[in-house]
Design a protein around this ligand. Sequence first.
Ligand SMILES: C[S@@+](CC[C@H](N)C(=O)[O-])C[C@H]1O[C@@H](n2cnc3c(N)ncnc32)[C@H](O)[C@@H]1O
Length: 378
Amino acid sequence: MRTKGPSGTASMVTLIRALAHGGLTHVRDFQDPTAFVLLTARGRMLCRYLLWRARKPGFRQSLLAGKSGLGTDLVPLRTRVLDDAWHAAQAKGTRQLVLLGAGLDGRAYRLEDIGESNVFEVDHPATQGLKRQRAAKLASLANNHLFVPVDFERDSLSNALEAAGQRMDLPTFWIWEGVTPYLTRRAQEVTLAAMAERSSAGSRVAMTYTQPPAPGDKAKSMRQTMKLVRFLGEPFLGLLTRAEAEELLRNAGFRILEDTGVEDWRQRYADSSSRASVVYQQRIAVAEKADLVSGRLPKKESPRLVRARALPQPVTSSAAAAAAAGRPRRGRGAPGPPWPPAPCTPRAPSGGRRAGSRPGPWPSAPWSAWPPSPPAGR
Ligand SMILES: C[S@@+](CC[C@H](N)C(=O)[O-])C[C@H]1O[C@@H](n2cnc3c(N)ncnc32)[C@H](O)[C@@H]1O
């Protein structure tokens, strides 16, 4: 990726989540009130403008269907799949969540079952600067929340996580959402090797990957997306076929639990009118550190240690690392702005923590700043 400024694709997918939170999606019950808050001022303006224009059925339809690029179903769909994969891991006792290439991901500020867990947000330093600035408006729900700057193409993920206090002896859930297409194959392999090294038995990775267009594939939207990401300075470098993705995971020591595509997600989470599956070849592989799947304990581990590991434990070293870096310790009990933040559109609340969200500001006059610049935070 271009290293001078924050990632434009991170802003783009966050804009899509903000639009979906505003009701512009076929994905049922999709809620992400953090997305609008995490956008730059320009992104928020664009979000309001698009929601305002989407009152017209034709324009709404073109945004939903992806005629103008990505569509507004794919990102919320994958976000829901990954959230549910986290919920499953959390229910099994996992208390460490690592967000790789976190971008403007709001999980640490919105997942209701994150309170006992330590969250490590790993991203390119250029993007993480923007994230920290925008996230100052939100209160983390995590037990401990740390920012770990890493360039996957150059830096050692393992060393950075060690310094931040991520524990190799506790199960970790790794979310690698929307990142692998932007990395070289070498960076994908090195990152997975570091994840495997730092994963105790029972750790899981949920990784999205994007398949190359099949020869002769006329899917226009995929090609438009490839043009758009190139324009944003983040060309696709690491498209993967299903076989290649599974091989990467297996070679790193992970056993595939499931590998699903947009059609599967659509059936699980979307109205039948969703067309996301037609236009974009993205998949999610969920895999587990092989030791546990095979039923074998790693060498030198006693059953007592395994039992002890299942208990949530304070991560003192990460708190120390945060203090050493001059970062405020964020988490439950830490002072912060009121929760939940206002969503970006008047939308009927539908239960859960976010049910009390207030309607957000709404454009009242014809928009003066059209056409808006791309939503990236530059
Ligand atoms: C499309 S965004 C996805 C962000 C987030 N995971 C989400 O789904 O909202 C791609 C992310 O990958 C990160 N990324 C790309 N190349 C990277 C690299 N070499 N090192 C670290 N992060 C990188 C970008 O900074 C950006 O946050």
